[in-house]
Ligand binder design. Structure first.
Ligand code: T5A
Length: 214
């Protein structure tokens, strides 16, 4: 099986800015890499993403939101993630189930046991080999994201929602240190990338000698 790596964090912390950097490091280290995202990654998943993030239904219930995230994930696992891992490829995914714990569990205050049941049902025993959470204060993420397009349905939530999301991410890293880590994303991009590089080495995902060409 290939490696399964996910990147997480609140809005605007810099996931998109760092994904290509991580992919390059993985490839330099010999990984055949598949880059994908959640919600999305398949035709059905992207259609669900459109429904989840658009403003068409401002009153979507938290349970509907949760189930749609997992419906998109079931499709993504069946069509993209599991075949790639079985093919010994490394899957690099922009968000995964840790986002559900953070946003639907922390943000929406849904019962974490419900999320855990769905996780077991949809994923079986599969968990990411490494989840990097880019961590920065909500104000920093907001300020960075605010420089771009109009906010989507989730981005329109208030700061206390995103404070809970951030706290849930930090708790996940504390509970599962063997597979989830935090990188300080409040600093400049070069420093964030240094932090990511060090974690990829610490967790045995990339080999610095191979990257250096030794
Ligand atoms: N969701 C998802 C759930 O609720 N449950 C789930 O289970 C899942 C899977 C998906 C939404 O769905 C929710 C979470 C999300 O609300 P998304 O597109 O994955 O949406 O997530 P967003 O957080 O919206 O992605 P963003 O594009 O907003 O944020 P990024 O990718 O973290 O930030 P990025 O890289 O675009 O950077 C933002 C700006 O900051 C600058 C960049 O140049 C850019 O202008 N920047 C920096 N500036 C200074 N210093 C740095 N270190 C910087 N890093 C980036």
């Amino acid at each position: 099986m290939g490696k399964f790596i996910t990147l997480e964090g609140i809005e605007g912390v810099g996931k998109t800015s760092n994904l290509r950097y991580i992919k390059e490091l993985l490839e330099k280290s010999g990984h055949d890499c598949v880059l994908t995202r959640e919600p999305g990654g398949t035709n059905l998943g992207e259609a669900l993403r459109g429904l989840l993030l658009s403003h068409a239904d401002e009153n979507m219930s938290a349970d509907s939101e949760l189930l749609m995230m997992f419906a998109a994930r079931a499709e993504h696992l069946a069509k993209v993630i599991l075949p790639a891992l079985a093919n010994r490829q490394t899957v690099l995914c922009d968000r995964f189930t840790e986002a559900t714990y953070a946003y639907q569990g922390g943000g929406r205050l849904l019962d974490v046991d419900k999320i855990s049941e769905l996780e077991d049902w949809v994923q079986g025993e599969l968990r990411p080999d490494l989840t990097i959470i880019l961590d920065a204060p909500v104000e920093i993420g907001r300020a960075r994201a605010g420089n771009r397009s109009a906010p989507d349905r989730i981005e329109k939530e208030h700061d206390d929602f995103f404070q809970r999301v951030r706290s849930a991410y930090i708790e996940l890293a504390e509970h599962y240190p063997h597979r989830i880590c935090l990188v300080d994303a409040s600093v400049g991009l070069a420093e964030v990338q240094k932090g990511i590089y060090e974690k990829l080495i610490d967790y045995g995902i990339v080999d610095p000698d191979v990257i250096a060409g030794n």
